[in-house]
Design a binder for this molecule. Structure first.
Ligand SMILES: NC(=O)c1ccc[n+]([C@@H]2O[C@H](COP(=O)([O-])OP(=O)(O)OC[C@H]3O[C@@H](n4cnc5c(N)ncnc54)[C@H](O)[C@@H]3O)[C@@H](O)[C@H]2O)c1
Ligand SMILES: [Zn+2]
Length: 387
């Protein structure tokens, strides 16, 4: 391939400073080094995690940087020692790596691989602690080990999930195919919370706090697991309209009640729910989500990401009497091993994907895309990489 081993100059949306509009720039992307993969990004989606770092509230946020962590693309070239993917492979970059060698990976109990975290947490690559992005010699930080708001990105090979390419690569099919993958990636956080972390059984009563994209994916997972009652809780009653399509069959707006929301739920469920999921990132809602669980067995899963420095609290008696408090990152899915499996489920139409995409724009419109994301009625904005 002509670009192999060369610096590629391409377009990327650069966050120069917190809270300032992203700027489409010509960025130089260095070739991948040992254990690295350079990917031509075809589609990327936006997520609140990008917005959070961009806002400047994320203490780990580094500027200037290239944000973005939900995407699908094609391998352009690989560095020395990379054996699992090769140029032309269809891939999804994953912010949660899976090295299969560290003690986390080997434990079989968690997806929190530790291999590249020290480097990705500070916006560089592991090999030489440098960035592969620069503008006229000035380094631009990576973000979450993915940086997908760029037409080309370099990631660690342990962070790349290879996807089965669908047979006839007719242009349109490729477009739709990748199109859907972008969303697939966020979606599985919700599904994983239900299938891997909580292990919801048929007939369960489930409460979901926050009916954004993540909450809807939890609802879909709960429905697929056979939950009988799926109670959605949101301060925006309009959210119930969409949520019904994803399996939510009861709705409570905490603002309609004088009593604390956990008490309202306990009253309506004969003592509490079997499973609850906090999909907002609000620590007082996390407490409510635990306390609305049934004594003896109720399990509450924290999916939402609270602002840095926040703490959760409850009376220890809540746990002594059998409630369980859990958390999940990346849905508990092992990235490289299980992302392809999820894609397969999608192809077999076992899980919804298309329904989450409410807007399609291009990289050039990325600032508009962020505005849309903060509006009601928007689930996922997918960007193609044209400018
Ligand atoms: N654990 C993970 O792996 C992971 C991955 C991605 C995102 N997240 C987190 O999941 C959370 C949800 O993400 P999203 O994209 O669905 O967000 P979103 O903003 O689209 O949805 C949040 C919903 O919560 C509702 N809400 C806000 N405050 C509320 C309150 N006090 N009571 C009831 N409802 C309330 C809002 O009206 C909205 O509908 C975020 O914290 C995000 O950072 C976690
Ligand atoms: Zn590992």
């Amino acid at each position: 391939m002509a670009t192999q081993g060369q610096i590629i100059t391409c377009k990327a949306a650069v966050a120069w400073e917190p809270n300032k509009p992203l700027v489409i720039e010509d960025v130089q992307v260095a070739p991948p080094q040992a254990g690295e993969v350079r990917i031509k990004v075809l589609f990327t989606a936006l997520c609140h995690t990008d917005a959070y770092t961009w806002s400047g509230k994320d203490p780990e946020g580094l500027f200037p940087c290239i944000l973005g962590h939900e995407a699908a693309g094609i391998v352009e070239s690989v560095g020395e020692g990379v054996t699992e993917v090769q140029p032309g492979d269809h891939v999804i970059p994953c912010y949660q790596a899976e090295c299969r060698e560290c003690k986390f990976c080997k434990s079989g109990k968690t997806n929190l691989c530790g291999k590249v975290r020290l480097a990705t947490g500070v916006g560089v690559m592991l090999t030489d602690r440098q960035s592969r992005f620069s503008i006229n010699g000035k380094p631009i930080y990576h973000f979450m080990g993915t940086s997908t708001f760029s037409q080309y990105t370099v990631v660690h090979d342990v962070s790349v999930a290879k996807i089965d390419p669908i047979a006839p690569l007719d242009k349109l099919i490729v477009i739709f195919w990748f199109h859907d993958l972008c969303i697939r990636y966020t979606l599985h956080i919700g599904l994983g919370a239900v299938w891997n972390t909580a292990k919801v059984e048929p007939g369960s009563i489930v409460a979901i706090f926050g009916l954004g994209t993540v909450g809807l994916a939890v609802a879909e997972g709960a429905k697929a697991a056979g939950a009988s009652r799926i109670i959605g809780i949101d301060i925006d009653s309009k959210k119930y309209d969409t949520a019904k399509n994803f399996g939510v069959n009861e709705f409570i707006n905490p603002k309609d009640h004088e009593k604390p929301i956990q008490q309202v739920i306990v009253d309506q469920t004969d003592g509490g729910v079997d499973y609850s999921f906090e999909c907002i990132g609000n620590v007082s809602v996390m407490r409510a989500a635990l306390e609305c669980c049934h004594k003896g067995w109720g399990t509450s899963v924290i999916v939402g990401v609270a602002a840095s420095g926040q703490e959760i609290s409850t009376r220890p008696f809540q746990l002594v009497t059998g409630r369980v408090w859990k958390g999940t990152a990346f849905g508990g899915f092992k990235s490289r091993s299980q992302v392809p499996w999820l894609v397969d489920k999608y192809l077999k139409k076992e899980i919804k994907v298309d329904e989450y995409i409410t807007h399609n724009l291009t990289l050039a419109d990325i600032n508009k895309a962020f505005d849309l994301m903060h509006e009601g009625g928007c689930l996922r904005v997918v960007l193609s990489m044209h400018v």
